[in-house]
Write a protein that binds this ligand. Structure first.
Ligand SMILES: Nc1ncnc2c1ncn2[C@@H]1O[C@H](COP(=O)(O)OP(=O)(O)OP(=O)(O)O)[C@@H](O)[C@H]1O
Length: 210
């Protein structure tokens, strides 16, 4: 269980972006997070993955602190994957950074063999996003923060990405927090949904997975 307890966070001397935010994400569970632009969703996602520290409150996995080094068990997948990779590396180096994704998974995530030898900067944003999602599924990863990961994809590729991720998450019992402005997407994917507004997290109604 990934647990965030009474988190408060503010940038520098600004008013708190959020306060008293608590959240629980179980193994195999999918929960959704929406909120207006600038509400603090990505910041919360970064905190949950351990990229930054809350001013107050704590984050635990099964009662333990997030590890200070090594593979992050909570992976934050940002909307702009080009910021998360070295643009000069070849695709194969990026993809194999933490583990060696098998060919079946490369195919499921729509990663073409002919991309592997190209520098990552030559991939389109949507192609690179798929590489980064698969790269993040290393053994030992237990939770994903999928922060607007399908925004730049066409509808068919979007569906294929979510199907591939859903299948792999089910197999490994990964917990997934989906951050999106797309309410229909969140309804389709997530059992529970939350809305970040006025620095607080509000629970949306429970949703029955179809
Ligand atoms: N390093 C920073 N210093 C100061 N303010 C920041 C910093 N990073 C983000 N912010 C501000 O914090 C607020 C929350 O940003 P965040 O990216 O978490 O919002 P968001 O809800 O994910 O927005 P969007 O839906 O547009 O992606 C924004 O107003 C942003 O400008």
């Amino acid at each position: 269980m990934l647990e965030a307890c009474q988190l408060r966070y503010a940038f520098h001397a600004q008013p708190p972006l959020f306060e008293d935010v608590s959240l629980r994400l179980g193994a195999g569970e999918w929960i959704g997070l929406s909120g207006d632009s600038g509400a603090g969703k990505s910041t919360l996602g970064r905190l949950l993955a351990g990229h930054d520290e809350p001013a107050h409150g704590h984050i635990r996995i099964d009662g333990e602190q997030l590890p200070a080094k090594g593979l992050r068990p909570v992976q934050w997948l940002p909307q702009s994957p080009e910021l998360a990779v070295n643009p000069h590396w070849r695709v194969t180096r990026v993809l194999n950074e933490a583990w060696a994704p098998p060919e079946t998974l490369r195919r499921a995530f729509g990663i073409k063999p002919e991309w592997l030898n190209r520098p990552v900067r030559t991939l389109s944003g949507g192609e690179l996003q798929r590489v980064c999602v698969l790269r993040a599924l290393a053994p030992g990863v237990r939770y994903l923060i999928a922060d607007e990961i399908s925004t730049m994809l066409d509808p068919i590729t979007q569906l294929a990405l979510w199907q591939a991720l859903k299948a792999e998450a089910e197999k490994r019992k990964l917990g997934v927090l989906v951050i999106s402005h797309d309410a229909a997407l969140l309804r389709r994917l997530c059992q529970r949904r939350y809305h970040l507004e006025n620095a607080r997290l509000h629970a949306a109604e429970h949703y029955q997975l179809s």
